[in-house]
Design a protein around this ligand. Structure first.
Ligand code: FE2
Ligand code: FE2
Length: 161
């Protein structure tokens, strides 16, 4: 949960830079909304941490804050494709992270956390689908997939079914 808490910080910062680097339009507006949703996730996870009697991990906060800020700046220099691709890859990991958290919560008898965890996993899946649709068909997708592993096409396929 501490990892998720700090991860949402990095995500929110990265998206704050990402939408600012884009021209006016739907993609920009969607990423503004996604940024807000990551901030909400961080608040939700923060509340869960408190209930568990835990605090955010200090160095994790520092590290993720730095990564988020670097990503913020990076979005202005790396061109259109890479921020979109890495956002999708990150969202893919977030979906898994909240699914795994739900399994643990259930195993620990903390079923009261399940609705919120499932809701966050669903939101992350929507984010993943958005970025998948953005990069699908881009010429750089093939090399990126080979180097970095995340493949948006099954995500789109799955959604269509
Ligand atoms: Fe999130
Ligand atoms: Fe997300």
């Amino acid at each position: 949960m501490q990892l998720a808490y700090s991860g949402e910080k990095a995500a929110a910062l990265a998206y704050a830079g990402h939408w600012r680097s884009l021209p006016q339009g739907t993609a920009r507006d969607t990423i503004i909304r996604i940024e807000k949703e990551e901030v909400e996730h961080r608040q939700t996870v923060g509340t869960m941490l408190k209930k568990l009697g835990e605090k955010p991990a200090f160095w994790r906060e520092v590290l993720m804050g730095t990564i988020g800020r670097l990503a913020y700046i990076g979005c202005f220099f790396t061109g259109w494709f890479l921020p979109m691709y890495f956002a999708g890859k990150l969202e893919h990991e977030n979906v898994r992270e909240y699914d795994v958290a739900a399994v643990h919560a259930h195993a620990l008898g903390m079923d009261e956390l399940l609705p919120a965890l499932r809701h966050m996993s669903k939101t992350e899946a929507e984010h993943e689908l958005f970025f998948s649709e953005q990069v699908a068909g881009h010429w750089a997708l093939k090399p990126a997939r080979q180097v970095f592993g995340w493949d948006p096409l099954p995500v789109i396929e799955q959604y269509r079914q």
